[in-house]
Design a protein around this ligand. Structure first.
Ligand SMILES: [Fe+2]
Length: 230
């Protein structure tokens, strides 16, 4: 599997607290059959404004651990759509997933029009927005998700939502999206050993059981692979 949304990088946001927790989370990914990981620390105005240099410094620190575990690590960020994000985009300072995909997080207060306009603006800048955990946004019903996809966005959901850890309603919604082929990627969005741990293996097994091998491999291996390869 390939996990392209997670918060395993230590000391930079609400993800892994320290090097020990990062090591445990990386081990967990490797044990579960993940071979490539894209680390996506938050960038969010007023909340997580850790500069890219600090992110890169921590990335270098944990690259050795990942190598020992046989993991390939990549670096990107989860960009919350706000003023700071648009500044970064205008300045050409985005760290994409692969060559041109931006892991894009909306506010739960954003309406469908706001999301659609943001998708169009990101596309006009030459990037493809990968909408992070689409199940979180009240405005993102199936029609909105279809619209975002028709505008060129890709759609990610969290493993926890697929498995039902975020509640029955969220699980039902996510499975409707998967059934309508509106989901492109499932990722862990793991934050810690206790807080949203890595559940990639459990999720892969569950999707295989419910929707078949092809769907599970498309969402957790093939599509994330295409994205990181550009
Ligand atoms: Fe995240």
């Amino acid at each position: 599997m390939i996990d392209i949304h997670c918060h395993l990088l230590p000391y930079v946001d609400d993800g892994a607290n320290d090097l020990d927790e990062a090591r445990l989370l990386l081990s967990s990914e490797a044990e579960q059959g993940v071979t490539e990981i894209c680390l996506t620390p938050h960038l969010r105005e007023g909340m997580f404004e850790t500069p890219d240099e600090k992110i890169r410094f921590q990335f270098e620190r944990i690259s050795g651990i990942a190598g020992e575990l046989g993991l390939t690590l990549r670096l990107s960020r989860e960009y919350h759509v706000d003023g700071l994000f648009w500044e970064k985009l205008e300045a050409g300072e985005i760290i994409p997933v692969g060559r041109g995909v931006i892991l894009t997080e909306f506010s739960s207060a954003d309406d469908a029009d706001t999301m659609a306009r943001a998708v169009m603006r990101i596309k006009e800048s030459g990037f493809v927005p990968l909408v992070a955990h689409v199940e979180r946004y009240p405005a993102a019903d199936a029609d909105t998700v279809k619209t975002l996809r028709s505008l060129g966005a890709a759609i990610q959901v969290n493993a926890d939502a697929v498995l039902g850890y975020d509640g029955r309603y969220v699980k039902k919604t996510v499975w409707e999206f998967i059934g309508e082929r509106l989901v492109d990627v499932v990722a862990s969005d793991a934050h810690g050993v206790d807080d949203r741990p890595v559940r990639m293996r459990e999720c892969m097994t569950f999707i295989k059981k419910k929707a078949g091998d092809e769907t599970a491999e498309r969402l957790m291996l093939k599509n994330p692979g295409k994205i990181i390869k550009g």
